[in-house]
Design a protein around this ligand. Structure first.
Ligand SMILES: Nc1nc2c(ncn2[C@@H]2O[C@H](COP(=O)(O)OP(=O)(O)OP(=O)(O)O)[C@@H](O)[C@H]2O)c(=O)[nH]1
Ligand SMILES: [Mg+2]
Length: 672
């Protein structure tokens, strides 16, 4: 039906409404929520009821006691986007009482309209329909609390069985103007002086051109409308998380957790607690126990040992094998030299194999041929990369995705995003950015890829920069924690202050400089519950595998790149260039620059290289600041180039070098 036809069709209704002094009740709701079922009951008339959204496309009028009752087409909002909306809008504006029918299963969706009706200043009563369905699904809605929050009367019904219909009279008699959110009422007040009723004023603000032209108001900027929508959407999320939960003791506890997780005052301490638990799981269990085993026993002890032994048969090799006790003290060691490969000296080879077959033996292979070294040496493209990828990174990535899937499916992550949304808005992001940033504490490469879920290019750029500059990955965090552990509180405070300031400065500047808009947080808040484990495992598996498939190759490319830099002497040159800066500006021993350059291969190498140096407390502080700010590991650099393009990637990369040395040096000049 075209809108003109509808207008024509409405004329008689409008005329009729004007003549009629009786109270007008309008049934309003999203499509397929049971309005016509209720209308049929009230009016005793038959209106087509079907399980297909959009069954009612025009207005039907009936009588109930002294009231005129109108059935309207299903709408998602009062406005003028389509014909159904226009028809419904006119009737709503004219009605005395709005009975808003809501599908209890779809509160996140339906309450959006409820809030709008209340904000219009209409007398509203709410029917929560589909009670049978929510009972089946063991969902509970705290109706009293919802009624208190909205400030209107609410009843529960099952329209197909006419259950709860005995309370409809009570609902009609008690329909009233609900609670008005401050944000909206203050904007609407401006219109009051122009004699525009509240409902019309709201619609004008929401960009309804029919109404604004009627009142001769100029076009309202689009931001205004978006602002209202976002505020309303966020309010719906907050409300739903407060009143909906699983019908069990467990459900009530989870509902309570959901409630406190969304309010910053209780949510931040809860976040700290959750992060502590995550730290114990990832930091203690996965990266200490699991990775220790996979990296040292399987990666180095089996994979690298056999690969290198095999290679050593054919090329000039020196092997230092040490036997160690539980405390890693060397109890015995032997040096085996095979200038022509071990195959040419079977006796010594046998001796080596026997000696190194001890349980607690560690063998260090030195290859002299530069190409063999490039692929199989200490930082060999094949040996190190495979150990690193499969036996260190893979378990860690699984651990991180597991935690994220758990937080996501329990309903916590969307609430965290909602809670942090306001703070993130200040730096040009929305709450969703919390996901890549949290993943960054695991692996920056993994987080780089996850920036794809952000809404706009601007957000992607800002988060990528934050990840590269200020977020230490888990490998680095471990080293930072060790370095800080003996150093006391002061270095830690300096570290956090400096890194925090860089974070705020960086994101504020980028938010100002980068063109484009950040997208609003449109997120549905699911019920808080204990997640289904099978779902979590499935998610974790697909994500981890997907990551390895996507990023694995780039780790090889990165390692090859650094290997070639090393072979050609460029790495040394770079190190020599950094030496004076390190000594005079950062006030660190010159060997620290080796640690920095090694940080390009793997960020933790960089930090680990610092263990061997004798550093004062303040030098430690400078070193960990520099290393945190400093270039990402080569794999994350390559993946960043792929995600963000050559230009942006290189700018960020160079930016991190300059910032790291500038800020690190500045701190050094002040505190050392
Ligand atoms: N299980 C269950 N089904 C219901 C309930 N109320 C309505 N239905 C079913 O939901 C479908 C839609 O009902 P309608 O009354 O046509 O909904 P409506 O809001 O008028 O729909 P539109 O006119 O399309 O916007 C029908 O199949 C009804 O049988 C309820 O309380 N429980
Ligand atoms: Mg209908």
């Amino acid at each position: 039906m075209k809108s003109d036809e509808i207008k024509d069709e409405l004329k008689p209704i409008n005329n009729f409404i004007k003549q009629n002094k009786q109270n007008k009740i309008v049934l309003v709701g999203n499509p397929n929520v049971g309005k016509s079922c209720i209308f049929n009951y009230l009016s005793g008339m038959y209106v087509d009821v079907s399980n297909f959204p959009g069954t009612t496309v025009s207005i039907t009028k009936g009588k109930y006691k002294d009231y005129d009752v109108y059935d309207t087409p299903g709408i998602y909002g009062v406005g003028s986007f389509n014909d159904e909306e226009k028809v419904a809008r006119d009737i709503i504006l004219d009605g005395d009482i709005v009975i808003n029918v809501v599908n209890s299963l779809n509160l996140e969706r339906d309450l959006f309209l409820t809030l709008q009706l209340i904000e219009m200043g209409k007398k509203v009563g709410v029917i929560l329909n589909f009670s049978d369905e929510i009972k089946k699904r063991k969902i509970k809605i705290n109706v009293q609390e919802l009624s208190k929050i909205l400030g209107v009367e609410i009843i529960e019904t099952t329209a197909i069985d006419k259950k709860g219909f005995d309370k409809i009279d009570h609902l009609i008699e008690n329909a009233r103007v609900g609670n008005q959110p401050d944000e909206i009422s203050s904007i609407i007040k401006n219109f009051a002086s122009q004699n525009i009723p509240q409902a019309q004023a709201l619609l004008i603000l929401e960009g309804d051109s029919n109404i604004s032209s009627k009142y001769k108001i100029e076009k309202i900027p689009i931001e205004q409308r978006e602002n209202i929508y976002i505020t309303r959407r966020n309010r719906v999320n907050e409300i739903v998380s407060q009143i909906e939960y699983e019908d069990s003791t467990k459900g009530e506890i989870f509902n309570w957790l959901g409630k406190i997780s969304i309010n910053p005052i209780t949510g931040i301490p809860l976040l700290v607690m959750i992060l502590t638990l995550v730290y114990f799981f990832i930091g203690n269990f996965v990266s200490q126990k699991v990775v220790n085993y996979t990296e040292n026993k399987i990666g180095k002890g089996i994979f690298e040992y056999y690969t290198k032994s095999f290679i050593s048969r054919y090329t000039n090799t020196e092997i230092l094998t040490q036997l160690v006790d539980e405390n890693k003290n060397v109890i015995d060691e032997k040096l085996f030299q095979f200038p022509d490969g071990s195959n040419s000296n079977p006796k010594l080879k046998e001796e080596f194999e026997k000696f190194s077959s001890h349980n607690n033996s560690i063998s260090n292979f030195t290859f002299f041929n530069p190409y063999v070294k490039l692929f199989f040496g200490e930082f060999g493209v094949i040996t190190m990369t495979i150990t690193y990828l499969l036996f260190l990174l893979f378990p860690l990535v699984i651990g991180f995705y597991l935690v994220m899937a758990f937080l996501e499916d329990s309903g916590y992550l969307p609430r965290l995003a909602t809670m942090l949304d306001r703070a993130f808005n200040k730096i040009g992001l929305n709450g969703r950015a919390v996901i890549p940033i949290m993943l960054g504490f695991g692996c920056i490469t993994m987080a780089n890829i996850t920036t794809r879920l952000l809404g706009s290019e601007k957000e992607k750029s800002i988060v990528t920069a934050i990840l590269q500059f200020v977020i230490p990955c888990s490998a680095q965090l471990a080293v930072i924690a060790v370095l800080l552990s003996g150093a006391g509180l002061k270095p830690m405070l300096i570290f956090i202050t400096v890194i925090g300031s860089v974070l705020i400065l960086l994101s504020t500047i980028l938010n100002k400089l980068l063109p484009g808009e950040s997208s609003p947080l449109l997120i549905d808040l699911p019920i808080m519950r204990f997640p289904r484990l099978s779902n979590i495992f499935k998610k974790t598996f697909y994500r981890s595998w997907g990551f390895m498939k996507e990023a694995g190759f780039w780790f090889f490319i990165g390692a090859l790149g650094v290997g070639i830099l090393d072979l050609t002497g460029l790495l040394k040159l770079w190190q020599d260039f950094l030496n004076p800066l390190t000594v005079h500006w950062l006030k660190l021993p010159k060997e620290a620059s080796t640690a920095f350059v090694m940080g390009m291969v793997r960020r933790d190498f960089g930090a680990a290289g610092l263990f061997d140096l004798k550093l004062s407390t303040m030098q430690i502080t400078v070193a960990i600041i520099t290393i945190t700010l400093f270039v990402p590991c080569i794999a994350s650099f390559v993946v960043m180039l792929k995600e963000r393009g050559l230009k942006e990637g290189l700018i960020i990369w160079l930016g991190t070098w300059v910032t790291a040395f500038f800020i690190g040096g500045l701190v050094a000049q002040i505190i050392i």
